[in-house]
Design a protein around this ligand. Structure first.
Ligand code: NAI
Ligand code: MG
Length: 368
């Protein structure tokens, strides 16, 4: 069987710095676990604009469509701020998401015990937290028609339309149920079925997909406002949460902040299953290119490394290796190894980007 394939797009700013540490993990899997990826690399964002005059070359787009998973660093930087909108670095990322039709955005909120003090919530509420928010990304009120600012009589009216088709709901529900089977086997669907027709349909369709295709997964429904309360009161009751684009935007940011530093947050965007059964997939840290610290060895590579762990679990069915990698990160944090962003009042051993990567690889070695 062919090796699993991975396209690495490191991008700009700290992107290449954090990606260098992921490459150490990829090399380790090859050398120590006999897991070999066919890795190709290409440009996205500002660096692609510098080379080709476009933030995403057609050849790169074609490669992204052909591989099993894309791993992206970050794009953008002050150097590109004055560029025309059509060639801004972010357009490269948007084109990837759009043409790969990545409709399920996965944002985990995972709290490592050693960093529980960084949370705005009480330590016991967040310690050991591990939940996944699945946000519908390509439809809903951000895209629905009619939209615009109109004049009615003698005043202006702003209009956006929340619109979901049955198939749009069903496909993101399937993504959530598939994920739940690889995790805690529990899905909570959030909408506002009490006041919105699109919410009523959402609830019906999620229930139907569940009953027909995923009866083994535990499903519950919650109004999104109650969900926001429960996320701050007792987040550990959840495993996978599936919700629409607007509520998911809010709830995933809320959940992310339960866990502390931006340098720790991974994400994935998934699309339809390909012929080999794997979903179209793009994995990337939540953070940007961090121009304020780029080139100084200060970047925390953990968000990017945990994004790769998600790829192992959700694209390559290597859940055990993903867990091993997450445990290695946990161990290094418990040992007090700290990039500058993680240095709290409790102190720790200060390290740079490369040293953090080395410590994680050493912890992987120790796990054998
Ligand atoms: P940012 O996420 O790059 O940085 C925000 C703050 O967090 C900065 O102080 C930065 O130093 C810090 N930070 C971010 N990642 C870190 C890490 N791994 N380790 C330690 N500290 C980290 O967001 P900002 O400053 O708003 O945007 C900078 C550039 O990145 C802009 O050009 C923006 O358009 C782009 N951007 C790109 C994204 C992407 O590629 N997906 C997402 C967000 C912003
Ligand atoms: Mg947001």
């Amino acid at each position: 069987m062919a090796n699993p394939s991975l396209l690495i797009l490191s991008g700009d700013g700290i992107g290449p710095e954090v990606m260098a540490e992921v490459k150490k993990v990829i090399a380790w899997l090859d050398a120590k676990r006999g897991i070999t990826f066919d890795v190709s690399e290409d440009l996205v964002g500002g660096c692609a604009y510098d080379r080709h005059g476009t933030p995403l070359h057609d050849d790169t787009m074609a490669k992204a469509q052909a591989v099993d998973a894309v791993l992206l660093g970050a794009v953008g930087g002050p150097k590109y701020d004055s560029l025309d909108f059509s060639v801004k670095p972010e357009r490269g990322l948007l084109r990837l998401r759009k043409e790969m039709d990545l409709y399920a955005n996965l944002r985990p909120a995972q709290c490592f015990d050693a960093l529980a003090d960084f949370s705005s919530l009480k330590k016991e509420v967040v310690a050991g937290l591990d939940i996944m928010i699945v946000r519908e990304l390509t439809s809903g009120v951000y895209f629905g028609e009619p939209r615009g600012i109109f004049t009615e009589g003698n005043e202006r009216v702003g209009i956006n339309t929340q619109r979901y088709t049955e198939s749009e709901i069903a496909r993101v529900a399937r993504s959530a149920f598939e994920l739940a089977r690889r995790r805690g086997n529990k899905v909570c669907s959030m909408e506002k079925a009490n006041v919105m027709e699109s919410g009523i349909l959402w609830r019906q369709v999620v229930q139907e997909v569940h009953d027909k295709e995923y009866p083994d997964v535990q499903l519950s429904h919650m109004y999104a406002d109650a969900g926001a309360m429960q996320l701050t009161r007792n987040p550990k009751q959840f495993d996978v949460i599936v919700t629409d684009n607007l509520f998911g935007d809010l709830l995933s940011d809320l959940a992310a902040m339960l866990t502390g530093s931006l340098g720790m947050l991974p994400s994935a965007s998934l699309g339809a299953p390909m012929e080999n059964g794997r979903p179209k997939a793009l994995y990337e840290p939540v953070h940007g290119s961090a121009p304020d610290i780029a080139g100084q060895g200060k970047a925390n590579p953990i968000a990017c490394i945990l994004s790769f762990a998600m790829a192992l679990r959700y694209s390559f069915d290597l859940g055990d290796e993903a867990t091993r990698l997450e445990k290695a990160v946990e161990k290094v944090l418990a040992d007090g190894v700290r990039t500058p962003d993680l240095m709290g009042p409790a102190g720790g051993t200060p390290v740079n980007t490369a040293q953090m990567g080395d410590a994680i690889v050493a912890a992987l070695d120790a796990s054998l």
